[in-house]
Write a protein that binds this ligand. Structure first.
Ligand SMILES: Nc1nc2c(ncn2[C@@H]2O[C@H](COP(=O)(O)OP(=O)(O)O)[C@@H](O)[C@H]2O)c(=O)[nH]1
Ligand SMILES: [Mg+2]
Length: 431
């Protein structure tokens, strides 16, 4: 086994901590400062930034062991480095931990850190991301599976490969299959690997293994009595050793560069998400302010003819503000007017739907100081119609900046028809 390591041992290795802060990081930091000043949540970005500083400082290169639950990740690590010192940090509860196994490999003259990640889909969606982030920060990844890859596996792999993560797909528990079955699985995994290989430049290899199985056997003693016994199947780790040695022997600078680029890309994605989240919050705030103002306005003067006048009154203003927030090139006055007129003509149909719901919500809620129930129903349904309008406009605008009045009208109608009663009750609470 060690001979395999020696065979693939690196000829020379340069310092692991030499990758200097790069300008891309400074650019990201500037962007983060701008977003932070505007109120974005920077915590996920700062985590990646910390990770970058950590990998620059850390003496040990990390190998992440990643995959679905119960595929043998922890067993694999124990098989590799039974005597390793373990540092663990809890993930979401004491039950789920990220364990770091510091492992000295004399033959490679290197101490590495094997990171045992909680299984994907084990702790919850948010933690899948935590595990994925850890995998991205590692120098390479052993992706453990125990059969053919699922669509879930493939999605995880794709992301890692696109970010040039050197990967070893370890098909573990091979002892559980007949030779024919094993062959079929290996062929399928080979197909998937071929499909994914072109997505990145880092090596992607398959290793067949069984890192620690057991089987029940029956022994017959001298007096003819039968005894059940659990016997460990001999582990087969050679292909993993070989693949790992090959990856670790690659040029250290190239590996460090791939890792740094992956962390930076991930950090940039966190900023994209923070920006998106900030935008969503601003839009919500804008719509909310207009809706509340409109409701109060109509409550103050509850004349029925106003019920269908909302597009001219409020939708125009809302539209202008949304265009500014979303940084959409301003649509021409003429087009905007045509759009609002069209909406004004079609609005009665969907305001009527909303009015029924507003009335039933009000029947259970007397929080609003009503200037007559009829007025309150009117005001609420207008407010709701404005939300439907904003939703429709946003939904369509994401895909089609060329606004089409007919499409917006249809979306408004849909949004009104499906408007949840609970949302109306929430709105009532906010008034
Ligand atoms: N048959 C067989 N069982 C294995 C093998 N590797 C692990 N297991 C068993 O699979 C179960 C899950 O292993 P574990 O390492 O905890 O999986 P993890 O959730 O991915 O960390 C345990 O009962 C192991 O003994 C293997 O190569 N063959
Ligand atoms: Mg485990």
């Amino acid at each position: 086994m060690w001979a395999l390591f020696q065979k693939h041992a690196p000829r020379s290795r340069t310092s692991l901590t030499q990758d200097a802060p790069a300008t891309p990081l400074e650019a990201l930091q500037e962007r983060a400062a701008r977003l932070g000043a505007a109120g974005a949540d920077l915590a996920p970005f700062l985590k990646e930034q910390q990770a970058l500083h950590r990998v620059w400082r850390e003496p040990h290169r990390e190998i992440a062991v990643f995959g679905l639950p119960n595929v043998g990740k922890s067993t694999l690590i124990r098989a590799f480095c039974p005597g390793a010192s373990v540092h663990s940090s809890p993930v979401s509860s004491a039950e789920y931990r990220i364990e770091r196994h510091i492992w000295r490999i004399p033959e490679l003259d290197e101490t590495v850190c094997l990171v045992d990640l909680p299984g994907v889909a084990q702790v919850g969606r948010a933690w899948d991301e935590v595990a994925r982030d850890h995998a991205l920060r590692a120098i390479c990844v052993i992706y453990v599976c125990a059969s053919d890859l699922t669509a879930e596996d493939e999605t995880q792999l794709k992301k890692l490969i696109e970010l040039n993560k050197p990967m070893l797909v370890a098909f573990n528990k091979s002892d559980l299959y007949t030779p024919q079955e094993r062959q079929q699985i290996v062929a399928k995994l080979g197909e998937i690997i071929d499909r994914l290989t072109g997505l990145g430049t880092a090596p992607l290899q398959l290793a067949v293994a069984n890192v620690g199985g057991s089987r029940e056997i029956t022994r017959v003693d001298a007096s003819g009595n039968h005894h059940g016994e659990i016997q460990r199947t001999p582990p087969y780790l050679d292909e993993i050793w070989q693949g790992l040695a090959q990856i670790l022997s690659l040029d250290a600078q190239t590996l460090a560069h791939w890792r740094q680029a992956a962390i930076l890309t991930n950090a940039e994605e966190k900023l994209d998400l923070a920006q998106q989240d900030l935008l969503e919050r601003r839009i919500e705030q804008c719509v909310h302010t207009h809706v509340i103002a409109l409701i109060h306005h109509v409550l103050a003067e509850p004349q029925e003819f106003l019920a269908f006048a909302f597009p001219q009154m409020a939708a125009g203003q809302l539209l202008e503000e949304l265009v500014t927030i979303m940084q959409i090139p301003l649509i021409s006055k003429r087009r905007r007017q045509a759009l609002l007129t069209h909406i004004a003509q079609s609005a009665p149909a969907w305001i009527t739907i909303l009015a029924e719901r507003a009335a039933s919500a009000l029947a259970q809620n007397t929080q609003i100081a009503l200037s007559g129930r009829r007025g309150a129903v009117l005001a609420l349904s207008q407010g709701l119609a404005l939300i439907c309008f904003a939703n429709a406009w946003r939904a369509l605008n994401a895909n089609a900046p060329e606004l089409d009045a007919g499409q917006i009208e249809a979306q408004c109608y849909n949004s009104a028809a499906n408007y949840p009663q609970t949302e109306i009750e929430n709105l009532l609470k906010m008034l």
